[in-house]
Write a protein that binds this ligand. Structure first.
Ligand code: C5P
Length: 217
């Protein structure tokens, strides 16, 4: 059996994609499967933590013993995160959040018309950045999915978003990133210590992320 080294700790994890409605039948989303976030939720729960999982739409069944809050848009997720923020010790933001949403959602289906259609997108709030601004005695962990300059961009995010730890992955590598069961990541802390985790399944990576978080507590 697993050591209950997170007993008494409250952890909130966001996972999966967000979906931004264009009209009642169409939406904008991304390729996030939610697997990494769900793996962390399951690992944390097995190690004794009280887990709140804020999840965008996925095909996964939530691990038992976690409190699941289902969300759809970024604004939904933002609201759910803020509602549960206060009581947490650790917040892990693995969700792939849309940076933009259509400026207005129309309540009737948009009809085909002559010529092209232009959609205007407006900026969504950056949930993690907002959490970084209000952070008190909590451990804040972000994710960075990159295609180039991984370490450099990840370090910039630690500073900009006031994080304690970032999990950076190169989504161009085979066996890493969206949809697959494995990942290849760098764990970078606010002291700029870098640890590479070679290709491993997401459950193993989840446990290693939690081990690293323990050092930040
Ligand atoms: O800046 P970038 O989107 O690459 O940062 C990724 C991190 O920020 C992830 O942890 C993601 O969950 C979070 N994020 C967020 N709100 C956004 C965009 C990203 O919380 N609007």
């Amino acid at each position: 059996s697993v050591e209950k080294d997170f007993y008494g700790r409250k952890i909130m994890i966001t996972a999966g994609p967000t979906i931004e409605a264009i009209d009642p039948v169409r939406f904008i989303t991304n390729h996030s499967s939610g697997k990494m976030g769900y793996a962390i939720a399951e690992a944390a729960s097995k190690r004794g933590a009280s887990v709140t999982l804020i999840s965008g739409p996925t095909n996964l069944s939530p691990p038992s013993d976690v409190k699941l809050v289902s969300t759809s848009s970024t604004l939904d997720m933002y609201e759910a995160v803020m509602e549960h923020y206060g009581e947490q010790d650790i917040i892990i933001k693995s969700a792939a959040v849309a940076d933009y949403r259509p400026n207005s959602t129309v309540d009737k289906k948009i009809k085909k018309q002559e010529g092209d259609l232009t959609l205007t997108l407006v900026r969504n709030p950056d949930i993690l950045y907002e959490l970084g601004k209000i952070k008190d005695n909590k451990v804040l962990v972000g994710f960075a999915a990159e295609t180039d300059n991984i370490i450099e961009y990840a370090k910039e995010k630690i500073t900009k978003k006031n994080l304690d730890l970032i999990v950076a992955n190169d989504i161009t590598q085979e066996g890493a990133g969206f949809g697959v069961d494995t990942n290849i990541v760098y764990l970078i802390d606010s002291g700029n210590n870098i640890k590479k985790i070679d290709k491993s399944n997401k459950t193993d990576i989840a446990h290693q992320i939690l081990d690293k978080i323990k050092e930040c507590l």
